[in-house]
Design a protein around this ligand. Structure first.
Ligand SMILES: C[S@@+](CC[C@H](N)C(=O)[O-])C[C@H]1O[C@@H](n2cnc3c(N)ncnc32)[C@H](O)[C@@H]1O
Length: 269
């Protein structure tokens, strides 16, 4: 592994590897070779987590689909990771279909986004999707009904709805009973980043929705994954946008998931 880290310092090698994505799934996830490496990270580690808990199938979600590039990537990633890890993966995308709804107030950052941005060509996208389910409509209306008919626990969620109000509604996905989610769920938040004239801050947008979720829940929290950079061979722009939902009161939260064997459970002399 160390040798691969050294080799990967050769200029342009990362780009060439992305063009010819050979190697094991785990190595490709580690080195960010999948398109949407952030999604690959979340889907891979939640699948491994599910396997260690003995859970045979999970659901992975993209909130905010627009043209569908992210959802198609999520579908392709899930197919490859599912075959490798041996956990079934259902892929779901939520979107209004008609573009961004009306912003509610300053917390939705109307100085950056506006009604009608990012319209979807529903027919075109439906034809391109192989297995992913598209849930069309405002998440404030579609989510409760969808959650009540969920068949496998949520394992990974990408939040890309831009607005505070939409993200606040989408976070209700974690208000279902423990059977509807893994005890820890990696979550990607696309819009905690700044634009140069927006100057993102924690009193608006996704960051405010996360903070309010945490204030309103005692044993369920959404937290940035601390020091993710140290577990990755190189810096990637998405690392600081990777969070995880924790349900500390989930009966499986404390189940030990470290594999057996001295390699994992003993320190060398
Ligand atoms: C930036 S785009 C998503 C881009 C996409 N994830 C990608 O990687 O290409 C944001 C999307 O969020 C959707 N959206 C925002 N608020 C919504 C809401 N309340 N209900 C449903 N969809 C919403 C919009 O329709 C828009 O398509």
């Amino acid at each position: 592994m160390d040798l691969l880290y050294q080799v990967m310092r050769i200029p342009y090698l990362h780009g060439i590897w992305k063009k010819f994505p050979i190697g094991s799934v785990q190595t490709k996830v580690l080195h960010g070779i999948f398109p949407y490496a952030n999604y690959a990270y979340g889907v891979y580690w939640s699948s491994v987590f599910a396997a260690r808990l003995g859970i045979p199938r999970i659901t992975v979600i993209e909130f905010g689909v627009a043209g569908g590039r992210g959802l198609m990537a999520l579908e392709a990633i899930s197919e490859e990771i599912s075959a490798d890890v041996g956990v079934g993966i259902d892929v779901v995308g939520f979107d209004a279909g008609s573009g961004m709804p009306e912003p509610a107030d300053y917390r939705d950052l109307p100085h950056i986004w506006a009604k009608g941005f990012y319209k979807m060509d529903v027919e075109k996208l439906q034809k391109k999707l192989k297995t992913a389910q598209l849930v069309l409509g405002d998440v404030r209306e579609t989510l409760p009904l969808w959650l009540s008919s969920l068949s496998s626990p949520i394992g990974f969620v990408a939040f890309d709805l831009d607005y505070y109000s939409s993200t606040k509604a989408a976070l209700q996905i974690f208000d279902g009973p423990p059977s509807t989610h893994l005890p820890r769920v990696p979550c990607y938040f696309d819009d905690v980043c700044c634009t140069n004239i927006g100057f993102m801050n924690r009193y608006v947008g996704e960051l405010l929705a996360i903070q309010e979720f945490n204030d309103e829940h005692d044993k369920q929290k959404v937290c940035q994954i601390e020091q993710l950079r140290l577990t990755r061979p190189r810096w990637e722009h998405w690392q600081e946008r990777m969070y995880a939902f924790h349900n500390f009161s989930h009966e499986l939260y404390t189940r030990n998931v470290i594999p057996s064997g001295d390699k994992y459970r003993q320190l060398p002399l």
